[in-house]
Design a protein around this ligand. Structure first.
Ligand code: FES
Ligand code: FE2
Length: 446
């Protein structure tokens, strides 16, 4: 078995000595002034995910990404590249497109009919002879943004001097190079309106300390013991917690209750009853599972294991990409979580949940992890209000639903005069680190 060597950029995500100690005050979650600073100094300078590259198969396919009061679209070019443009007509500012779709000739403005090519250049305008400053066709261009791809995601930035996408994400592309991320199929795709500040999700996904309380179903499946996990963070503000996908030795299911790990072992031809006791089954079973997957992946069609290492084929690196994207890497799934602020109210956000699965030969239904079993095909987009859980019955009782149920309560607490700062465990170091990196942006240190 190969022991993973931490990437040289890794900081210990459990060591508060890596922090300055900036307080995590309540106003960060509700103040208009703070939200304005986030827009001015952070959102306009980071890289955003517009969608999946799978949405841009043909030239003319485009995706629209609305962010607060801004809107951007990314469009596949004739030469296969992708360009991003602000979603606004260069004539008199009409919004050009509302929903992701496909164009043949280009983008025709619904106001005075100007036609912009896929490359953003104006192709046609009414009465071209009537411009005292000269015919704009072939000259005017939509305002373009920097666009790039990683992991099967299309990214853009509103900043002209932000680092490249690869530098912004570092070292994630290197750490996750073994996963064929672009092949993952989005089998569940939902946007959910939540009454909480967007930072709830990054805070929440930066620690597993809440799992025993909020997600009691998880420890028998993914070991939540603090000392068996690796807590890593990186200078760019990203971080991850790597946990073995084997039963925790401290949270045991009562005797006689069917164990989820037994099911996984049997799937890979391992008899769970062949182990003398619980500890051996968890620890040796986990090693045997790695060996079985190594032996059988090809004949079983798990082609995405081809380059994955022994940790990746059985474990769960739960990863936050600064500031608002979380990707849970599982052996057979990628789960993408993202919150984005409401345009005007810092007490609200939207929560994107994209459950993706790697194709396995012969599988027509997959476990989506956060939304139950799903057909193995690209899902349709749905937008719902959380409505205290009533708006999303499909995910009731799932991990992410349990997190959302807590979100509004924490948001209330952030308004209380009784709250001054968080009092953190070592394993929550990344929570404060996230706020410190945010402060670095806001105070002009990045
Ligand atoms: S605003 Fe677009 S053509 Fe006039
Ligand atoms: Fe959670």
């Amino acid at each position: 078995m190969t022991t993973p060597i931490p990437h040289p950029l890794t900081l210990d995500g459990r060591d508060a000595a890596n922090l300055r100690g900036d307080p995590i005050t309540g106003d960060r979650y509700w103040s208009q002034d703070f939200a304005r600073k986030e827009w001015d100094h952070m959102w306009t300078r980071i890289w955003h995910v517009a969608g999946r590259t799978a949405e841009l198969e043909e030239p003319g396919d485009y995706i629209v990404h609305d962010f607060m009061h801004e809107s951007v679209f990314c469009v596949r070019q004739e030469d296969g590249s992708i360009k991003a443009f602000y979603n606004v007509c260069g004539h008199r500012g009409q919004r050009l497109v509302w929903d992701s779709a496909s164009v043949m000739r280009g983008f025709q403005c619904p106001y005075h009919g100007w036609l912009w090519g896929k490359d953003g250049v104006l192709k046609d305008a009414q009465d071209p002879h009537d411009f005292p400053q000269g015919n704009p066709c072939g000259k005017l261009k939509l305002r373009e943004l920097r666009c790039d791809t990683w992991g099967g995601f299309v990214w853009y930035t509103m900043s002209e001097d932000a680092p490249s996408l690869a530098d912004f994400l570092a070292p994630m592309p290197e750490i996750y190079k073994n996963y064929p991320m672009d092949t993952a199929v989005r089998v569940f795709w939902m946007k959910i309106d939540l009454n909480t500040n967007w930072k709830f999700a990054t805070d929440n996904f930066s620690e597993s300390y809440h799992t025993r309380t909020a997600h009691p179903q998880v420890p028998p499946w993914i070991d939540q013991d603090v000392d068996t996990a690796r807590h890593e963070m990186y200078p760019g503000g990203h971080g991850r917690t790597v946990q073995p996908m084997r039963p925790s030795l401290s949270d045991r299911l009562p005797e006689g209750v069917p164990h989820p790990f037994d099911f996984i072992l049997r799937q890979w031809d391992i008899d769970p009853d062949s182990y003398p006791d619980y500890e051996t089954r968890a620890m040796q079973g986990w090693l045997d599972l790695k060996a079985a997957k190594r032996r059988l992946w090809q004949e079983r069609g798990y082609l995405h294991y081809e380059h994955m290492d022994d940790e990746e084929i059985t474990d769960s690196p739960h990863t936050v990409i600064f500031p608002n994207v979380t990707i849970s890497f599982l052996p057979d799934n990628l789960i993408f979580f993202r919150t984005e602020p409401h345009p005007d109210d810092p007490n609200k956000c939207t929560f994107d949940l994209w459950c993706m699965a790697f194709p396995v030969a012969g599988q027509t239904e997959v476990e989506s992890i956060m939304a139950g079993p799903r057909p193995m095909r690209e899902a349709e987009f749905e937008h719902r209000a959380f409505d205290n859980g009533r708006g999303v019955p499909e995910i009731e009782g799932q991990i992410v639903y349990q997190d959302m149920m807590l979100a509004e309560g924490q948001q209330r607490g952030m308004h209380s005069r009784g709250y001054r700062d968080a009092y953190l465990t070592g394993q929550e170091t990344r929570v404060r680190f996230f706020h410190e990196v945010l402060n670095d942006y806001i105070e002009g240190r990045r």
